[in-house]
Design a protein around this ligand. Structure first.
Ligand SMILES: [Zn+2]
Length: 1223
């Protein structure tokens, strides 16, 4: 707990002194102020309280007393700050932020933290502050900022005591952001950590299983769920939810055999789930869907009825009920049900569509049009274009229709009036409840409403037999301010889930009296499988007046409800649900199939330990006080105004602005009940959050240098001075230079921005005529000059008489036909653009799914692809002879249709040519290259690593068909790369200078993509808008492309061709600096650095004479820093009585990485006892070791270098006099 930079006790003591001084100065204090001073005991108690207690306050025996104390402290601090007119130590604000956070007053916490942030320039040293800030951002769904704050915490303090909580929350946020790789990594990191956090490991495991499901890895998901079921003492709620997921997954997916058996599995799972939790309306709903799909209508109705009885009725349930009625030729009941659905959720596109088809079937095209329009207005409408066409069709045909139309059944308006509005029904309930105390006017109102109610009951006379009539008649939703915020979202997910899995029998069978053929367009009548939101559906049941409790909106329910811990339990539910729900509404949703967020509200039930209204039975103590984040969507439901009857419904413009979850705008919506209690506080807090949130980011955009970077490197004399001290007395901890470093940040866009006419610069190119040209030393200098992000060396193969035929597909097959090829399955995209699979809009995400094959098989594919295209060309030619001549010119383009659906192509990539025996001739041929581009050379840093880094210091081969794309990236650790096109076809390159990588990183974040890990293809228009220069050129066979350190690039094949590529690390300050910066950035982002820079730096010091003073300083500085770390860690271990066992290392021993977090581990290896005995040596970093075993009892510490040895290497590493080797 000493990682916090602020001395909290000091702050409170100071406060005490201040208070005393004031007390002395002001004799005439009133008694209220008197009570505002803190006693010594109180100050002591407060001294240990900061953000790290968040979620754990309640665990304390005297949680209530602590809250009182915190409240007093807040008042005390506030009054002190007020009296001092804000001129207090910045730590006061930090502390005030912590107190408010612990009291769950998020807006006050945020504003206090912001004061601290603006006053404290080295705020980043304060892990507790960053953690608190991250929690506040998380609460506000400002995930972008929350992720940054949390990553900063782990960067500045990898051993932070709440690392597990951070990993859990990062996992959740990345899941929402559809960055599944990162999500999984963080969940796993949370899982290995034995410290407490707000979820149990069963729940974290559930999230991992669900993550697979979300990615449509159904078999992995099934396996993980089933494994979870084997867990001993699995909490009932987790069990119920796991079974529910399994059931629903079996219903939707083809995991097992035929339809009959999959539905029977699904039903079994759901029934078991209901055994574990009989009160889950969600499970009942799913069960209803399963029965419905196999034609067991009666069972389906019973299940839906049960679902509604469990108070989890939702728009989805009603929509499904409507479908069922419609299938039973009961249009009036169907109508009622659909209307219930859209009343509950005005944006329920599926219900509107189904209602539309119902009206069509009843000869009411005008009403149908209105419904379809409402459907298209919904954000969640998945087939707007089809609907638009249908609307047009109906509009054109409706003139005739009106004539044909016989007695109208019930126009939209009319029907609607038969159904009481939610407001009226609620009003009715209220009047009924107060029957004895009504004014005459109110009594009249009651009478009116009662008669309307009776009328409404009468209208739906048919449904009685189906056992739904009672509940149906009481279909009521709360006033819109109180409308469920989440149900809408989950419905949306379900739409996403089910679009691909819609079953024919989900389509409506139309009532027999319907107008024939009008609805033959079954795409419109498709009932989009929905599985619903759970809660907030204010479902009044006459039989259980107590259910009125559910009329209390989520927002206010947790307000000040401190006595009831379960309010918070629900809160967590909401929150996590919110996370998941938001994912669905995130901007990219629906564009790409992998964005499917398979979720349902039950997940939140899982997390809370109990579903919705079962207050009092939850596992409150476990989840503590993570608060709900109901705000984001509240706006949305407010937007769908209660008064909007079917025909007049117009979503407010606000609702369309809800899309971006990460944006600060999400804060504009009314949030938590804390504000609704203090009505006036709402406005203020909104403003403050709106204005303040981005603040941190503004500061952070200024370039902060990563810890090992040159910019903070002192002059060599200082380093040497530090070194001398080291040599004599060991390492001095007081060395300022070696203090913590701020977390790295991407560079901001270079300023001033380039004028638009400079955005397409010519590519630096060098034409070679002979061998002498190739070995001309300035060529090396030209390529490594940081001013040239890329250099094309034209005609290199010819000049050197390289035999490129050795890398031709034919030769490769002859040499090693069974050799493994990684395959990327991609879409053949038009020209330089990247469209979503449906071809509706340009996106950054690019499809690139991985699989494997052999060289022989890929060669076959490559050849047949070529022949096929020849055949197509010939066909086109003959066709064009028959057509006019004008058109034949455009034949080239016609091969690439502008928009989807796109052809699928395969790209053979990352073929490993490292084996010198298998690829002897090929590798030998490459030794003819000039030294600076050779795979191995003395001047290549990667030749000093001492071991193989596949694809970096070994050759990789690429086999391509036209359109094969290498998505945008920087090379591993920003190393330079060499790429030779073997031919016969060309490649097209797109290149952006290194200093713009921050801009590209921003674009990736905006598009919910991971700059380092995802596949993305930049939209050139976006780059042009952002003034990013793009070099663009064609690489012909025999051309060598030199990508300079850090250059961002993406490549596509124009023709059929092979390429070979590898990395090199020129011995320059620029290369070393960028490599180290990326090393730190990777660490921040939890991504493995393929180049072990620490290990490499020591090898450099041993092997290389460096004559560039700048490079020398940087290396020296890094060595010093590492020396200090080694020494400090070693001393700490020994002091704690942990034996450090000498292990040494073998000559070619690779660098070590932590098997958990993948960070490089140097010198002191934490190896599990077990693997040490077995000599398998599973290495951990210290932090991961301590997470699994706090006092390291399960680990041995192996030492690979003697301190004296390291000091000697450091000592002997001196500035050389001339360049060591340049060519
Ligand atoms: Zn680790």
């Amino acid at each position: 707990m000493n990682s916090c930079g602020v001395s909290l006790s000091a702050a409170t003591v100071a406060l005490g002194d201040e208070a005393k001084k004031m007390a002395a100065g002001k004799a005439s204090r009133d008694s209220e102020e008197e009570s505002l001073s803190l006693t010594v005991e109180e100050r002591e108690a407060l001294g240990g309280m900061d953000s790290r207690l968040f979620g754990f306050v309640r665990l304390h025996e005297d949680g209530a007393r602590m809250k009182t104390l915190l409240g007093k402290a807040v008042r005390c601090y506030e009054s002190l700050i007020l009296k001092a007119e804000g001129k207090v130590d910045s730590d006061f604000f930090c502390q005030l932020g912590h107190f408010n956070l612990l009291l769950e007053d998020y807006s006050k916490a945020l504003s206090a933290y912001q004061r601290y942030y603006s006053l404290q320039s080295d705020y980043w040293k304060n892990a507790a502050f960053l953690y608190g800030l991250g929690l506040v951002y998380f609460y506000y769904n400002a995930f972008h900022w929350a992720i940054k704050a949390f990553q900063d915490v782990l960067y500045v303090d990898p051993s932070f005591c709440r690392a597990k909580e951070i990993h859990l929350r990062l996992g959740l946020m990345f899941k929402v952001n559809t960055d599944y790789k990162s999500s999984l990594k963080h969940f796993q990191l949370a899982l290995i950590d034995c410290n407490p956090c707000t979820l149990s490991s069963a729940e974290i495991q559930f999230h991992i299983a669900h993550l697979y499901e979300t990615q449509r890895k159904y078999h992995s998901a099934k396996e993980a769920y089933e494994q979870l079921l084997q867990t001993e003492n699995l909490p009932a709620q987790v069990k119920a939810t796991v079974l529910q997921q399994l059931g629903w997954m079996h219903h939707n997916m083809d995991i097992v055999g035929d339809k009959a058996s999959k539905e029977s599995y699904a039903i079994q799972y759901l029934q078991k789930s209901l055994e574990a939790d009989p009160n889950s309306g969600q499970s009942w709903y799913f069960l209803g869907r399963c029965y419905s799909s196999i034609g067991k209508v009666q069972d389906a109705f019973i299940s839906y009825r049960q679902s509604i009885d469990k108070s989890e009725a939702s728009a989805d349930t009603w929509c499904s009920i409507g479908v069922l009625y419609q299938q039973q030729n009961q249009p009036m009941d169907a109508l009622q049900a659909y209307i219930c659905a859209v009343q509950l959720d005005h944006g329920h596109a599926a219900a509107w569509m189904d209602l539309g088809t119902l009206y069509e079937s009843c000869n009411q095209p005008q009403d149908a049009i209105k419904c379809y329009l409402n459907a298209t207005r919904s954000k969640r409408c998945s087939n707007t274009s089809t609907l638009a066409a249908r609307i047009k069709f109906l509009q054109n045909g409706s003139d005739n229709w009106n004539v044909v139309q016989s007695l109208s059944h019930h126009p939209v308006q009319q029907v609607y009036s038969l159904c009481l509005t939610p407001q009226k029904l609620q009003h009715l309930e209220q009047l009924r409840a107060n029957r004895d105390n009504l004014s005459p006017a109110q009594k009249r109102q009651l009478e009116q409403l009662e008669s309307q109610f009776v009328l409404m009951q009468q209208v739906r006379h048919k449904g009685v037999a189906q056992g739904l009539h009672k509940s149906q008649s009481s279909c009521v939703s709360g006033p819109n301010e109180e409308q469920p915020v989440f149900s809408t979202e989950s419905a949306q997910y379900q739409q996403a889930t089910s679009t691909g899995i819609k079953k024919p029998n989900e389509h409506l069978t139309l009532p027999s009296n319907s107008v024939p053929q009008r609805n033959a367009d079954s795409h419109l009548s498709s009932h989009i499988a929905t599985s619903g939101g759970q809660q907030g559906i204010i479902f009044t049941k006459e039989s259980k007046p107590s259910k009125n409790r559910s009329l209390v909106p989520e927002t206010s329910r947790h307000t000040g409800d401190t006595s009831n811990g379960c309010a918070d339990v629900k809160g967590l539910s909401n929150h996590v649900h919110q996370l998941i729900a938001d994912a669905v509404s995130s901007p990219n949703h629906g564009d790409s199939p992998n964005l499917l967020i398979g979720d349902n509200p039950q997940l939140s039930a899982l997390l809370i330990g109990k579903a919705n209204d079962n207050v009092g039975t939850g596992t409150c103590d476990k989840v503590n006080n993570i608060h709900p984040a109901v705000h984001t969507k509240t706006d949305h439901s407010v937007a769908s105004s209660p008064s909007s009857a079917i025909s007049t419904a117009t979503p407010s413009p606000k609702s369309t602005e809800q899309a971006s979850i990460n944006s600060v705008t999400s804060l504009n919506s009314p949030h938590s009940g804390i504000h609704t209690v203090n009505g006036e506080g709402l406005e203020n807090s909104q403003n403050s959050t709106k204005v303040d949130l981005p603040l941190v980011s503004h500061r952070s955009t200024s370039q902060i240098i990563p810890s090992m970077s040159v910019s903070i490197c002192p002059s060599s004399t200082e380093v040497l001075k530090a070194f001398r001290n080291l040599g004599k007395n060991g390492l001095s901890n007081s060395c300022v230079l070696l203090d913590k470093c701020p977390p790295p940040r991407p560079p901001t866009s270079p300023y001033p921005p380039l004028p638009k006419d400079k955005l397409n610069p010519p590519t630096p190119s060098i034409y070679l005529e002979n061998k002498r040209d190739a070995f001309f030393p300035p060529l090396h200098q030209f390529c490594t000059n940081p001013k040239n992000p890329v250099t094309v060396i034209r005609g290199l193969a010819g000049a050197l008489k390289l035999d490129l035929g050795l890398f031709s597909t034919k030769t490769l097959v002859e040499a090693n036909n069974e050799h493994m090829v990684e395959v990327r399955t991609q879409l053949l995209q038009p020209a330089d653009e990247n469209w979503d699979p449906t071809g509706t809009k340009k996106i950054w995400h690019c499809e690139s799914n991985r699989s494997h094959t052999t060289i022989a098989k890929y060669a076959q594919y490559q050849a047949s692809s070529f022949q096929e295209s020849l055949r197509e060309e010939n066909e086109k030619r003959t066709q064009h002879k028959d057509h006019s001549d004008n058109e034949s010119t455009s034949s080239e383009n016609s091969g690439r249709r502008r928009k989807g659906p796109f052809k699928t192509i395969k790209f053979g990539t990352n073929i490993d040519l490292s084996d010198n025996k298998k690829w002897k001739l090929q590798l030998h041929e490459l030794t003819k290259l000039p030294a600076f581009v050779r795979v191995v050379s003395a001047g290549n840093l990667l030749s000093h690593v001492g071991h193989t880094i596949l694809g970096m210091n070994t050759v990789q081969l690429y086999m391509k068909v036209p359109g094969s794309r290498t998505p945008g990236h920087q090379e591993n650790n920003n190393f330079c790369s060499v790429n030779i096109n073997i031919g016969p076809g060309d490649c097209e390159w797109f290149v952006v200078p290194e200093d713009y990588w921050g801009v590209l990183n921003d674009f990736c974040e905006k598009n919910n993509l991971n700059f380092l890990m995802s596949s993305w293809w930049p939209n050139l228009e976006d780059l042009y808008e952002a003034n990013v220069p793009v070099y663009r050129f064609i690489q012909r066979p025999g051309d060598l492309v030199w990508i300079n350190a850090g250059t961002v690039h993406w490549v596509q094949a124009v023709g059929w061709c092979n390429n070979i590529a590898w990395n090199v690390g020129p011995l320059t300050a620029c290369q070393y600096k960028l490599a180290v910066e990326r090393y730190e950035w990777n660490k921040l982002k939890s991504v493995k650095s393929p180049v072990p820079m620490v290990h490499l730096s020591w090898n450099m010091a041993r092997n290389i004479k460096v004559s560039d003073p700048k490079l020398f300083e940087m290396i020296k500085y890094c060595l010093l820093k590492i020396l200090k770390q080694c020494q400090t860690l070693r001393e700490a271990l020994v002091a704690a009585g942990k034996e450090v066992i000498w292990h040494g290392r073998t000559n070619d021993e690779p660098a070590h990485y932590c098997s958990i977090c993948e960070v490089e581990v140097f010198n002191l290896l934490f190896v599990t006892n077990e693997s040490n005995t077995q000599k398998t040596y599973i290495v951990h970093c210290q932090d991961c070791a301590r997470k699994t075993s706090r006092s390291l009892e399960n680990f041995v510490v192996l030492e690979q270098y003697k301190m004296e040895d390291l000091i000697q290497v450091y000592d002997q590493f001196t500035l050389g006099l001339s360049l060591s080797s340049s060519s």
